[in-house]
Ligand binder design. Structure first.
Ligand SMILES: NC(=O)c1ccc[n+]([C@@H]2O[C@H](COP(=O)([O-])OP(=O)(O)OC[C@H]3O[C@@H](n4cnc5c(N)ncnc54)[C@H](O)[C@@H]3O)[C@@H](O)[C@H]2O)c1
Length: 459
């Protein structure tokens, strides 16, 4: 669809291209809501996309994007020959393929690009793409290094292109339900959050399969290295790039960023001001230079959106038993537990009366004093005043087959079509990525990192 037609649709009405319908579900309060991806879009409003980085998530993202009505794939770019061949096998022989992403950006028939490369290319390709007039869906973390973030934000502002970071949890209906509960105040004052993403398997620890034909003929190694230090071809550094600091951001940059995205979406927080982390390489000693266990504590100062609270997070790639633990958002009067696709909320009100008896000092007083204290307590408080009140547990489960990535892409394409705000813009993306990246810094320097989330700068 050309820009003039899109501008026209935008002008006549923010929702003119949308027909509401589809499956409705019941929210945490029993009210009926419609999933983002169930808001139907007329398919004569075509958006043509290209994929840059046709690896694992490139496939997930493209397949998901193509489920949104009116989205068409025209081109694929990758640095490994086998992945370009696969793109044609899977998405059709007419797909244009190239090793050079600039050829994609030069095409007039590409409206938007999905950037699914290793992390060290995110900022370069995002900036070039927006300058070339393309809308961008860029995988998380938005940048490889904190200092690269501002240029992405500036380019988005200058070009006015739609820019969405690909941490799909930001568009999840589960996150939206947790946000509703958090904002209702039912858990009292937020004081502590805990979220982990532990794994045990080799694929979970990023030991992905390396093809038997990996060599300098099939891989464009010189281009791949990009702004990283020049080193000779190494298939592990290409196909298992996450394990090397030159191309990836380690467990913190890669996985904490999802947890931070979730937390910031739920609490509307702009981020912590202190980040402490410990990093170890304990188990996956396969030549990698990235940690396989990182734990972190972050201090969120009081802001207008929330009270001061602490955030504990961890990824252990050689986990012996805690994988799948729910995230815990803990307030002074309750807890939101977020599992995979489900939420439980427990809350209570403390009694008006202070505790008396039991594990208390009263039994250590003289008999006469115990009787006096008991009389005084009974005179002040009724039985009602002594009761704890527990609210009925609130639960929510996403519908069977629910896909938050589809909701995230729906949000991206809706923004292109109607000008609606994306769920995860460049500023949000940097505020989620920077504390995660600061964990690597804290672990390496063995000291806390002070972060100015407002100005988005390390202090
Ligand atoms: N949102 C999510 O849930 C999620 C999940 C997994 C990965 N990711 C992110 O997606 C990105 C890709 O991860 P992956 O697991 O798919 O990696 P991958 O190694 O499977 O694929 C990356 C591809 O990028 C290509 N590439 C690298 N530099 C390029 C360049 N300059 N031009 C063209 N192609 C280039 C490589 O050839 C490779 O095929 C990472 O940033 C990762 O953090 C996000």
């Amino acid at each position: 669809m050309n820009n003039t037609r899109r501008d026209f649709i935008r002008k006549i009405s923010g929702t003119s291209a949308l027909i509401v319908g589809g499956m409705a579900i019941t929210d945490a309060y029993g009210k009926t809501i419609t999933l983002k991806s169930e808001v139907k879009i007329s398919s004569n409003d075509n958006i043509r996309i290209a994929l840059i980085g046709s690896g694992i998530i490139g496939h997930y993202d493209t397949d998901t994007a193509l489920k949104v009505p009116g989205v068409e794939l025209v081109a694929v770019c990758d640095l490994y020959k086998g992945r370009l061949e696969r793109a044609k096998e899977k998405w059709g022989a007419s797909i244009f393929t190239t090793r050079d992403y600039r050829e994609i950006l030069a095409r007039k028939d590409v409206d938007a690009v999905l950037i699914c490369t290793s992390d060290h290319w995110h900022d370069h390709i995002s900036i070039d793409a927006m300058n070339a007039g393309k809308h961008v869906y860029c995988e998380k973390p938005m940048v490889h290094h904190i200092e690269e973030g501002q240029a992405v934000i500036d380019t988005q502002k200058k070009t006015g292109k739609v820019f969405q970071v690909g941490s799909q949890v930001a568009s999840s209906v589960l996150t939206a339900e947790a946000k509703k509960i958090y904002e209702s105040g039912v858990i009292g004052e937020l004081c502590y959050v805990e979220a982990t993403n532990d794994r045990s398997s080799a694929n979970g620890a990023w030991q992905y399969t390396i093809p038997t034909d990996a060599n300098t003929q099939t891989v464009d190694w010189d281009t791949y290295v990009g702004d990283a230090p020049k080193v000779p071809f190494d298939s592990k550094r290409f196909f298992r790039w996450r394990n090397y600091k030159d191309y990836g951001t380690g467990v913190a940059g890669d996985l904490f960023v999802h947890l931070l995205t979730n937390l910031h979406t739920i609490t509307s927080s702009i981020g912590p001001d202190k980040i402490f982390a410990l990093g170890e390489l304990n188990y996956w000693k396969d030549g990698r230079d990235a940690y396989d266990l990182v734990t972190s504590l972050m201090q969120y100062p009081e802001r207008k959106e929330h009270p001061a609270f602490q955030f504990y997070t961890r990824v252990n790639l050689a986990d012996g038993g805690t994988s799948g633990s729910p995230a815990k958002i803990v307030g002074t009067e309750g807890i939101i537990e977020l599992g995979h696709g489900s939420m439980k909320v427990k809350s209570f009100k403390r009694p008006k009366a202070p505790e008396f008896g039991g594990y208390d000092s009263v039994s250590t007083f003289s008999q006469a004093q115990q009787e006096e204290s008991t009389k005084a307590y009974k005179a002040l408080f009724s039985d009602e005043d002594k009761k704890w009140s527990y609210a009925k547990e609130i639960t929510f489960k996403v519908p069977e087959g629910y896909d938050e990535r589809l909701d995230h892409f729906t949000n991206f394409f809706e923004s292109i079509r109607t000008g609606k705000k994306v769920a995860e813009d460049a500023t949000f993306g940097l505020r989620a990525a920077a504390p995660a990246l600061a964990c690597n810094l804290s672990a390496r320097l063995k000291k806390p990192i002070l972060w100015d989330a407002e100005k988005m700068k390390i202090v």
